[in-house]
Design a protein around this ligand. Sequence first.
Ligand SMILES: [Zn+2]
Ligand SMILES: [Zn+2]
Length: 483
Amino acid sequence: MASSPMSTWTLRLPADLARQLMTHLFPGDGDEHGAVIGATVVQTDRGSRLLARRLYLARDGIDYVAGQRGYRMLTPTFVRDRVLQCRNEGLAYLAVHCHGGTTSVGFSPADLASHERGYPALRDILGDGVVGGLVFTPQAVAGDLWLPGEGRVELDHALVASWPLHAMRAAPLPAPTTDLTYDRQSRLFGDRGQAILAGQKVGVIGVGGAGSLIVEYLARLGVGHLVIIDPDRIDRTNLPRVVGSRLSDARPWLTDPARPELLRALGTRLATPKVRVSRRVARQANPKIKIETLQDDVTRDDVALRLIDCDYLFLAADSMQARLVFNALVHQYLIPGVQVGAKVQVSRDGSVTDIFSVVRPVAPGFGCLWCNQLVNPAKLQEEALTAEQLRRQRYVQDENVHAPSVISLNAVAVAHAVDDYLLRVTGLLPVTYEPRWREFHPAAPAPLDRVRSQIPRKEEDCSECSDAGRLGLGTRRRLPTRS
Ligand SMILES: [Zn+2]
Ligand SMILES: [Zn+2]
């Protein structure tokens, strides 16, 4: 896709990178400081995203010095070296500095004059990449982006993918109009919060027991756009757990055990897809909601790519390959997400050994499923085998034996995951909040053991979540999909 000057341009910053940048720009001395961000450019249906991948801090007095025309400037050597680094990595070059002020910011005439003088040459060196300038206050950002060709656009907003999910603009948005439907909840997070939810595009991977509840909650909260992915159809055993499913969805007159094999197979093929049940549920809650349903597997490349312009991802499917793809989407495209699930572990003799629900929020660059060993390579290989190969190798236990599952266990995980999402996007979390992964063990012998929390590990050179790996790479690396 070609970059169009008409498209909306936004910037996404992983939490660590944003923290380093803001500490550098605002050390408390009230002075001006500078830096350069190298960013991957991703074109999507919802506009162009700049994904911050590299941060180069300019040292005061060495790289950032008294200006000839403006107050301060990056030295020509610093600029040249950074532009070349950006070119080598195929990144956009964004010069950054800070201004005084709080919730609004704009470029000075001297800033704009220096862009006019310098950016055409930088764009040439960069080999027709994006060149731009960003100016920050602690709460606002403005951007002047020069696109390949003649295009020149302003940055719409920057998003720090952290806790809370913090959007910065050149000036606060005007107060939105109120919708009476959401009166009770917008008393909690405000009309602005409600407007943020209406503008969100959220992906839900898997709409079984947990995912169907997620869809129900998000639709009722007023999230504007959902992408729902699940390959399966409803069967009779889904009815106790899949929200909105009806007996008729399972085609009971055909799938009844008394019917001949052929009819039962036909019934299974004709049963309602889970994604269609979810769409029905979401529409009932909010007739205006925009819904894309894919009755397909997220481990297929074209399916996974439908999620790259989402604002948030919920993973409620439990294959290793789905975990791997979700994990890569979060870090590669800087989209925060959460993995939810519930499990009842039963030993060989049939006794229950553990019951738990899990909520694992994953933010770009903040520990990942891979470096916490939640993607098991052996199981990953096993999943890649066909059903026939599996049978021959007798890798898995009898495929007709299913794990126990109960709606309330899913509801515990889902309620926490959706609460986290809501508080993150509407800005209700304090910036000092320290996220944890949580497990809920309702049958633990001691009350204190019922909720366990853990700070995820982060391997410094993780191939998935570090900037030596996928972090911020966008479409420049293939997702770990099958086809
Ligand atoms: Zn300035
Ligand atoms: Zn990792």
